[in-house]
Design a protein around this ligand. Sequence first.
Ligand code: LLP
Length: 421
Amino acid sequence: MLDLSLFPPSALVDGEDLLIGGCSLRAIAERYGTPAFVIDEGSLRERAREYRTAMTSRHPRATVCFAVKSFPSVSMIRVLVSEGLGCDVVGAGELRMALAAGADPAAIVMHGNAKTDADITAALDARIGYIVVDGFDDIDRIERLAGPGAAVPVLLRVSPGIDADTHQAMATGGSASKFGVSLDQAPGAIARIRAGGVADLRGLHAHIGSQITSLAQFEAEVAALAALGERFDVYNLGGGLGVRYEKADTAPSIAQYTQALLGAARTHLGAGIEVIVEPGRSLVAPMAVTLYRVVTVKRNARTHVAVDGGMGDNLEHSLYGQRFSPAVIGRWDAPQALADLVGRHCESGDVITPDVPLADPRIGDLIVVPVTGAYCFTMGNNYNAALRPPVVYCADGAARLGVRRETFDDLLAREMPVNGT
Ligand code: LLP
């Protein structure tokens, strides 16, 4: 029988079907087509509340900002904002999405290692909560664009010199990081912000990376900020908590994470500070699945099970070697054999997960891949002019479309008649 431990909490086997939020995945595939992202909306809301309560019950001045980059859809932001979360946005585009979703500007934080004038102007115009200063050029830009006396609330991003135990591309807090200023440079940046008299430095920010499962590394991050000596009113400690993708994986719970992080904050930084966290993956990854249909099965030197999506909707294996735990819907008890679950795109790197047990998949079968709620939709692309999938929200037996499937007309809409056609 299917092990549901990696699936969204409402997942339920119903004969040869799987229900999410009380909705049949077979019916969703018929109605919306495949591939499709399917969200367990009730559990997503619960998880947002769990995050908020885990923070505020341990530390009254605590804010949870959803890292919009992990699922930048107005539909997703609207759900999370309605549960009382703020937003972490990178650049003017994500800010535009957050505002369109009705996020309170005061609860928005803007990041970016290379913010343009347009990004900063958008943040100033919207009067967001904090702009996170990533380096000296940001300070110049804010001063030039905001003008004297503006008192723009900012945090300074510090790279705390911690090489997080994660994929190299997702580690952001080491001494060679492109993000923030180093611990050595921080005092100079702090003095520079204050001397300018335009940005109002309220506190510090750090984010050491993503898919991190060692709580000690988060505690070390807090200690590194404290070692700078000065105390601030606000500390944004980033996101980064990892999740389980495969049965053998382990990851701290939200309760364990917030306990460790806030414990370290209290010890090193004091009880009265405002603490912000910016979860992406740990909030949304486990709350969605991707639904595919098998297009072809090839038994050569290896067995290739190819579905109607792939690296157009999931780059995690191609970029980071991330493995998933797919299941063939309805073949719960059929004998499993190792196969490469691959996509329909024109390169050999188009693999969802290699060497994964699958139960006798055949053409037309539905394959469900859990834990695809973070960074899959967002890095979706049109390789081979593939159409990006829809996002379907399921709750209480009702399915609602949050994002429609892209159409060929969408793809053609940006084309200009340069060749006279
Ligand atoms: N805050 C900042 C400043 C960040 O850069 C990030 C993620 C987060 C918060 C949220 O981190 P999370 O809680 O989701 O770990 N493209 C990669 C992930 C890159 C993460 C970038 N920054 C992937 O597909 O796995």
